[in-house]
Structure formats: C-alpha cells, structure tokens
Design a binder for this molecule. Structure first.
Ligand code: SF4
Ligand code: SF4
Length: 619
C-alpha cells in the first residue's frame, strides 16, 4: 500500500497537488479524470496532503495498528518527538501529557530528544574528525528518500547514521527489552516508510502523526483536566529537544554555523533543499562545508501536524519548553546516560533507488511545445498553472507521460475559444435545419390533411357501392369493409358491426363459410387473383372476385349479389354478349367452309351477322 493516495472519486483535477510536488510524483494521464501518485517516485514529503481543496489526498492511517499493539502483552512504549510541545498548545503542562499516553494504554513514554542528543554528538564527532570529505547530515527521512531516488550520486555523502527516531528506539529496547512494542509519535508522514526499514533493535512497530494522536485522544475521551502529573521516562533529553527547529540538531552538539569559522551550512524548505543538494553535488570543493538539511521549515510544520499552525508560535513553544527543561537540568546524570548508550550500533546504510526518467528527445519536447503553442515563447519561463515551473518542464512531463496537454491553461483557453466558435457555427446550422424541419412539417401536415380527406371520400364511396367490399391482412383479419359486405353476411355480422364498426380487426374465418375462407387464404399464399367465381352464402347467389392488393400482405374482395336487379341485368347482358360472340364465331367458320362460290349463302350469312351486331350494340 502506498504511503499517500488520491481518492479518484473526489479529485476534480485542480492540479494543486501537481504544483506542490517537488519530484513530479503525481501524474495526470490522458483520458483519466483524476490525478494519481506514483508510489515509487513519491518521497513522502506530504506537501500534497495539505493543499487539495477537495480533501482528496490521504496518507496511511496507523490508528488501528496502534490500537492493536496496545492490546498486546508486554511493554508498550511511546517515543515522542520534541515538536509535540509546538503542536499541543492546548495542553498546559507536559506532565499531564505523559498521563494522557498512559491512559491510552502505554507503559512508558520516552522523549526522542535523547536519541537526538546522541546523534547530534555523533555528527559533531564526524565533522570534527574531518578527513577531506564533506557530508550531508539530516534527521529528515524525506531528504534521505529524495537523495536515494533523485540524487543517488550523493548517497556516499549522507552521514551514515540512523535518525533520532531509530536511535531512541534502540535505547528504549536496550532499556525495556527487545520484545517491547514501540510507537513513534511525530510530525512527519515519511517516518511511516522509514520505520519499515528496520527489523532489529531499531524496529518501530507503528508511527502515529500528531493529527492521528489527537484523533485517538478524542476517540478515548482523554483530556488533561481529569488527569494528574507524570514525568517522561528516563533517559531525559538535553538540547536534543531543539531538533525540530532546523539548526537545533547542530546546536545540540555545539556544531558551529558561524559564517567565518563554521563548518556546516543549514538549509530548510522544499526549494532550498533541492538547490542545496544540486549545488553540493556540483560545487562541494568550492563551498567546502557540510550541509545539514530539512525538507520542511524544521519539523514544526510537518505534514502530520494540525492545519493552520503558525510557525513562529510553535517555535516559541518548543524553545520555551526546552528552556523550562534545561533549568536545573541534571547534566551529570545525562552524561552517564549518554555514555551508557553511546556504543549501541547507530550506523546505517543507504541504497540507490534511482527514479529519474531518461529525458525525452529534443524533437519530442519541441513537438509538445508546438502543440501547446509555446514554440516561439521563452520555454524557460512559465505561468505555473499546470504545476510545472517552466513550459519546457511541462513539455518534458507530457513527453514522459506524466502530464497531459490539457493541463496547460493557455492551450485549454485557446481550445475553448475554438470550441465556442465551432459551437456557434453548429448552432447556426442547427437553427437552419430546425427551420427546414418546420417547413417540411407544415408540408407534411398539409399532405396528411389531403390524405385524410381522400380517405374519407374513398370510405364514403365504398359505403355507397352495392357490391360488398372487404379488405383483409395477411392474418385474414379485416382491415376495412363496407355496409353491403355486412349486409351480405347477414344478421350475425350486423350485430358484430354494432360492437366493432365495419368489423375492423374481426377474423374472417368466423364470418364466412369455410370454403370461401379457403379462397382468401389461397390468394394470400399464391398471390394469384380469383375472378368472377359464383358462390352461395346461405341461400344467396353471389359472384366473388378476390385480388391481391399488396403481395403476401393485403387482399381485397368484391361480392356481388346476383339477385339484385342491377347486377342481374348487367350480368344477363354480359353473359348474352358472350353467347352471341361465340355464335358469331361459329357462323364465320360455317361461311368459310361453304366456300367462295356460295355467294348467295354468304350474303345471307353476312346479313345475319350484321343483324346480330346491331342487336348487340342496342343491348
Ligand atoms: S489537488 Fe490534486 S488531488 Fe486534489 S483535486 Fe487537485 S488534482 Fe486532485
Ligand atoms: S507526498 Fe510529496 S512527493 Fe509524494 S506525491 Fe505528495 S507532494 Fe509528491
């Protein structure tokens, strides 16, 4: 699990975290709507945790782990960083504070300032025994992490000593036994990573920040007003209690920072420490000093302290507390304690964890600068809105896949203007289309009215016809029929018509005899018309024509009542004409057989033919 994480559902990409991260350990990938911390690159400085307006960035919470430890058998020891007096301004007497730890379940409460005393004296020993090599001393795990990951060529210059936290753990284990459980309480979150490096007598079982400690006090309802005094356990620290102030560790061992005679330069703060390491690497032989570095401005304002604290108020509290402790300080006892623990093994080694990325090609960088419209501006300047110091740094990060072009404000604004322009033109086109749509809607409405009118006319005509008309669909259900059809079907159909006007939707099978129904079914399946078929329904003699209106789908039929006077006359004429036509044909054939010589007979036959023709015309 990584030390610091971004909750992606809370992140709204303001890039505040990207802006403060000193090592570009936060990436914003193309097509991702949130920022992500790259754990391998993160140095645990915690700068990002206090700037997110969405409160989307959190570090690992160790409260549950501590509560589990407090339930275990054996001695439980709290080792407390001296900056605690700067943090807990609301606790009036430090002795009450010790009792609050006891209430939580600890058996002993020790100050890390004793470990700081030992380490600062060891620094002094190293610096005083100068053999031409300059060192970087630091009690800050973030500096160590930074050098291992981003300036590994300086690893050999790091003072090879453990931090005051680990030194105190070693002292406490010697004092209470190797099985003791130790919880460190301090202002820094990278200590949580540092603690994982030790499994021997320097082991720390859990690391609580001051913020987490406050939360535990609240959870267990522990307040100083209900408690009595209690002293820190021995060994008591001396000037090591000043180590949260950036040059405190140097003062604790009387290491001089004097501008003329001093051997150490002290640097604190994000930008200073980065510049200091770069210059130390480049110009040690010119500078000729050891460097003592802190990432924060001392440990007073570490990321594990409460938000909104004021640096100089905290500083004053730490020095006031140190002064109070140093009055009547039992120096002789302290010296004996230092001697007692002096020879424990405080050495440490460092490892190369190089996280630097191969720089992209100049061509790639120029490509990005061009894409964001910065190819002609000074790439060594920048507005910083993207989180990077210069446009060139930003272009490098984009080339390395750590950032995306949309993070550049001017690029985004330019894109937005173009987007607005294209939106405007789309809107205009949309308005034109809308107008055309309205016009065609009007036309369609008119056409619909005309179609409606035509349909009404056809319906009226349909009902005026004497012949029965029916139109059916592929399921042999009635789509349309007229009154004559209903009349032909008889009384039952008339009753149904009262409930279902024009029998629309009725099943033809239930209305006509099966043999006639089969004719419809046949036309639907073969798509071949049946014309002028004489049929009977009940005692009615009918003439039926069934014809295809739409292939496989719609069929229409005309029923003519052969007993109705109009149909009878029409049908008689039609059928007499057919007989006469047949007779004429026969007469012509007879004439032809009789031959050309029989002209008399021919004339007679022709006169008969003419007579029939005249008769036919009259009919
Ligand atoms: S500061 Fe970082 S984590 Fe917070 S919202 Fe902005 S981009 Fe996301
Ligand atoms: S903790 Fe520090 S190094 Fe890690 S991501 Fe946050 S700002 Fe960057």
């Amino acid at each position: 699990m990584s030390l610091v994480e971004i909750l992606k559902n809370k992140c709204d990409l303001s890039y505040s975290c990207v802006r403060v991260c000193p090592v570009n350990a936060i990436e914003v990938k193309v097509n991702k709507e949130y920022a992500r911390i790259i754990p391998e690159r993160c140095i645990g400085c915690g700068s990002c945790t206090s700037v997110c307006p969405q409160d989307a960035i959190h570090y690992i919470d160790s409260k549950d782990e501590t509560k589990r430890i407090l339930k275990l058998e054996g001695k439980k020891v709290a080792v407390v960083a001296p900056s605690i007096s700067g943090e807990f301004h609301d606790i009036t007497d430090y002795r009450k504070f010790v009792q609050m730890f006891i209430q939580l379940g600890f058996d002993h409460v020790n100050e890390v300032s004793f470990g700081a005393d030992i380490i600062s004296l060891k620094y002094a020993e190293l610096f005083n025994n100068f053999k031409g090599k300059y060192y970087i001393s630091t009690a800050c795990p973030v500096i160590v992490s930074y050098i291992q990951k981003f300036q590994p060529e300086l690893i050999d210059n790091l003072v090879p000593l453990v931090s005051p936290m680990i030194a105190t753990a070693k002292v406490v284990r010697k004092l209470y036994g190797q099985d003791s459980k130790i919880v460190y309480v301090g202002p820094c979150i990278e200590n949580k990573n540092e603690a994982k490096l030790y499994s021997d007598d320097g082991r720390i079982d859990s690391v609580l920040t001051f913020i987490e400690l406050r939360e535990l006090f609240n959870e267990f309802n522990i307040h100083e007003s209900t408690l009595e005094y209690s002293e820190f356990d021995t060994p008591i620290g001396y000037k090591g209690s000043l180590f949260p102030i950036s040059n405190g560790l140097l003062q604790a061992a009387n290491i001089s920072e004097d501008l003329l005679t001093g051997t150490v330069i002290n640097a604190e703060g994000k930008n200073n420490m980065i510049n200091a390491t770069k210059q130390f690497f480049k110009d040690t032989e010119t500078i000729k000093k050891h460097f003592n570095l802190y990432y924060c401005e001392g440990c007073l304002m570490g990321p594990g302290t409460s938000r909104g604290g004021e640096k100089f108020i905290r500083r004053t509290r730490v020095t006031d507390y140190a002064n109070k402790r140093l009055k009547n300080f039992d120096l002789a006892t302290w010296k004996k304690e230092i001697e007692k623990y002096w020879n424990l093994d405080y050495s440490r080694t460092f490892f190369n964890d190089d996280q630097r990325i191969e720089p992209p090609s100049e061509e790639k960088i120029q490509e990005v600068l061009k894409a964001i419209g910065k190819e002609n501006s000074n790439p060594h300047l920048g507005c910083n809105a993207c989180g990077y110091n210069t446009c060139r740094d930003f272009a490098i990060a984009v080339s390395e896949g750590l950032a995306k072009t949309e993070m550049c404000l001017t690029f985004t604004l330019k894109n937005r203007h173009e987007y607005i322009k294209s939106l405007r033109s789309t809107n205009e086109k949309l308005a034109q289309t809308q107008k055309a749509l309205q016009d065609s809607e009007q036309i369609a409405l008119k056409e619909k009215d005309a179609a409606q009118e035509a349909s009404e006319i056809i319906n009226t005509m349909l009902h005026k016809l004497n012949a029965g008309i029916v139109i059916i669909d592929k399921n042999l259900k009635i789509i349309q029929s007229n009154n004559s059809f209903i009349e032909i079907l008889g009384e039952e159909a008339k009753s149904i018509n009262e409930v279902i006007p024009q029998l629309i939707g009725a099943d033809l099978k239930t209305l006509i005899p099966f043999n006639i129904y089969n004719l419809f079914s046949n036309v639907l399946s073969t798509n071949e018309n049946i014309l002028n078929r004489d049929i009977y329904i009940d005692d009615r003699f009918l003439n039926l024509s069934i014809f295809v209106i739409r292939k496989d789908k719609i069929v229409g039929a005309v029923f003519r009542d052969m007993y109705s006077p109009e149909v009878r006359k029409e049908e008689v004429i039609k059928r007499v004409s057919e007989v006469i036509d047949k007779n004429l044909e026969m007469v012509q054939k007879i004439g032809f057989l009789l031959g050309e010589g029989a002209s008399e007979t021919e004339q007679m036959m022709n006169s008969i033919i003419e007579l029939y023709k005249t008769f036919k015309k009259k009919e």
